[in-house]
Design a protein around this ligand. Structure first.
Ligand code: HEC
Ligand code: HEC
Length: 366
């Protein structure tokens, strides 16, 4: 190849790069003009406040220390009410402590998980990585006031738990250095397995990820559905989720009926079919209006307050569109006698159209 030809190639190549780069800059510019008034760069302090994860290799573990004795005081003040004085309580959550032996600590594998003699799996029976305990307590506990523990308080409470697990003596002071060594004493450190199912432990893993390195298929399809045996195994999710806002639980008592067409994007959603006369946004608005107009003061989602629960009302009137007119009048003017002697107050301030939206939502609460 002649020098000139090589030179030409290089020039064409750099023009190519330049074009790609400038179109990228242009795209960024367009993005900036389109969204120029939204948000701002997070400050370093803000990022640091969120960036608190502690990895299994202890990267991210903040410096600090705390003793078993300090931990016991904090535990009794802030944790024992839910987890029991010795972390043994089964009331709010499964026990944290119990089911591990000195033999397990030596071996790195919890025998009670194998012989199944312990009645229940406790946290320290299952937990393979000590970093997770620190991360979780610092991030999420106490349950009613997460992120209120200081770093040292987190070390202390963890020291107390490690003492209850017989991993450290009563006078022990836990810090960021000896914590790494204690990983080697975790009773179930060699017990981590990903080779089991999520819903049925004896089943196959639900998810297997193999990273694609070359010739990867361009189109990714993500599907989401509940397997039949899991459906309703935790009772009806729709009744346990918040009733307002965009994240509403699926009614797990019913089989999935509706499959959105595949061309609706990458995600295929399997959800139940609810016969409605209103578009989904209006149904959500029904929930909002219900809350705004204080209906929730007398109508619980699943339980009777002064008036019948939304679920009862829904059961009674589902599919009966002819009832809508009478019910609208009743909400507007008040009345009694259908569910008992307690009257329902009048709501003259509400427009009929709003009442209709609320009623649609009450009858098909989802
Ligand atoms: C108001 C009740 C309550 C209080 C107080 C409380 N916890 Fe919890 N704790 C829970 C609940 C509920 C869970 C399970 C949360 C979940 O799975 O989402 C939990 C989970 C945990 C777990 C994880 C257990 C596991 O196996 O996943 C640890 C560890 C823990 N708490 C430690 C603490 C510590 C330390 C404190 C005190 C600083 C504390 N908790 C205070 C209710 C509480
Ligand atoms: C002060 C308590 C109270 C408030 C607030 C309240 N309700 Fe009621 N509601 C009742 C009672 C009590 C009944 C049962 C009346 C009956 O037995 O006929 C009832 C019944 C109903 C019924 C069923 C009526 C029937 O004939 O079956 C609907 C629908 C209803 N309420 C909707 C609403 C809506 C919508 C709101 C908010 C705008 C609301 N309620 C606010 C107490 C209340």
């Amino acid at each position: 190849m002649s020098r000139r030809c090589k030179h030409q190639k290089i020039t064409i190549f750099s023009i190519g790069i330049y074009l790609i780069f400038s179109s990228w800059v242009l795209a960024q510019d367009q993005l900036h003009t389109r969204y120029s008034n939204i948000g701002r760069q997070a400050t370093q302090a803000e990022v640091a406040a969120w960036d608190i994860d502690v990895r299994p290799d202890f990267k991210g573990l903040p410096k600090g220390s705390g003793s078993v004795a300090q931990g016991q005081d904090i535990w009794e003040a802030k944790c024992a009410s839910c987890h029991g004085v010795f972390g043994e309580s089964n009331e709010v959550f499964t026990p944290i402590i119990g089911g591990t032996t000195l033999e397990d600590i030596k071996r790195g594998r919890v025998n009670a998980l194998i012989d199944r003699k312990h009645p229940q799996r406790t946290t320290f029976m299952k937990l393979a990585t000590l970093s997770t305990a620190f991360d979780y307590i610092y991030r999420a506990m106490p349950w009613n006031a997460p992120r209120t523990l200081s770093v040292d308080e987190t070390y202390s409470t963890l020291a107390y738990l490690l003492h209850l697990t017989e991993m450290v003596p009563a006078e022990f002071v836990l810090n960021e250095v000896n914590m790494m060594q204690l990983q080697n004493k975790m009773p179930n450190r060699d017990g981590m397995t990903t080779d089991h199912g999520l819903w049925q432990v004896s089943g196959k893993p639900d998810v297997r990820a193999v990273a694609c390195m070359k010739n990867c298929i361009k189109e990714v399809k993500i599907e989401s559905s509940l397997p039949d045996y899991a459906r309703n195994s935790h009772h009806n999710l729709a009744q346990q989720n918040r009733i307002f806002g965009p994240y509403l639980g699926v009614d797990t008592t019913r089989p999935p009926l509706l499959e959105l067409p595949n061309n609706s994007g990458l995600i295929k959603v399997v959800a139940k079919e609810v016969p409605r006369t209103l578009p989904t946004d209006d149904v959500r608005q029904g929930g909002t209006l219900f809350k705004k107009n204080n209906c929730a003061a007398c109508h619980g989602m699943n339980h009777k307050v002064l008036g019948p629960s939304v679920v009862e009302i829904s059961k009674k009137y589902q599919g009966k569109t002819e009832a809508l007119a009478t019910l609208t009048k009743k909400v507007k003017n008040g009345g009694a006698g259908v569910w008992g002697a307690v009257p329902m107050p009048a709501n003259p301030q509400l427009a009929d159209s709003d009442i209709k939206i609320i009623l649609e939502w009450m009858i098909n609460p989802q």
